[in-house]
Design a protein. Sequence first.
Length: 311
Amino acid sequence: MSDPAALTGYLAAEGYLDQLRTELEFAGAAVAAVHGRLILAEGPPLAAAWAQNAWFDVQRVAIGSIADAAAKLRAMQRNWALYDFHLHRRAALIEAKLPVVRPKPLSFPQVPPTAPLGSWTLLDHETVLAAQRCASPFRHGEARFVEDREAPPNRAYLKLWEALTLIGRHPAPGALCLDLGASPGGWTWALQRLGARVIAVDKAPLDPGIAALPGVETRQASAFSLDPRSFGPQGAGPVDWLFSDVVCYPARLLTFVRRWLDAGTCRNFVCTLKFQRATDHETARAFAAIPGARLMHLHHNKHELTWTRLE
């Protein structure tokens, strides 16, 4: 029913298959096949920031019919997510015979589901690819939330919610947070709702309604002008969280982050690496190599990655 050799699947987000393949090949992955935006590679899982989800211990399952495929998947476990890249009608008929899985959007900061969710696809008429375990608790790594369509000034807060949900941490009430590149204030709004104290820094002004929220201080300046040594016991107090959604080249952000790490005046970091035109894989690898770091492509990311480092 399964291959003896270990096989891992890496599912790219829509439009980012090339970035994922480049990353895997640099890491030495033995790519066995590509099915749509699913890359299969021999061997155990590798760190892959551009993978929106990873499939562990992928099996090739021989099937004799639609009913046989559903029965074999049900025998492996209950909950499955179909990755449908071809043979759509046959795949849909198999899916119809499996238990219905309709995850509800999360109400942040609700924890993500913990029930095992496997992934499968129809390779050909006689073969199913299936993984009982996946890296993401969400279907295809697509985190969805109950949105607030009135209070925040833009939808950028969804990216922050997703990052904090995946790392399993968020600022506690009273925590001091820097929000760099804050305008118009989506992240500041989300942090203030958690009860954090927020210093919002941007050359552009914040939305007036966000700037007026309790616990929000605004500084109309460049994020890169901040001196990390001005924080700490002798300054505004140690920074509990540094958040950055600044539009800049990733190499410049790396230099900035290293200054803060060297100063030791911030405990936790959540930063967006925004790529202009070509993907700067070298700088992305430098971010990933920082001790304690995690680099990931969120469902709400575009041509960017989210880097986190927690104390």
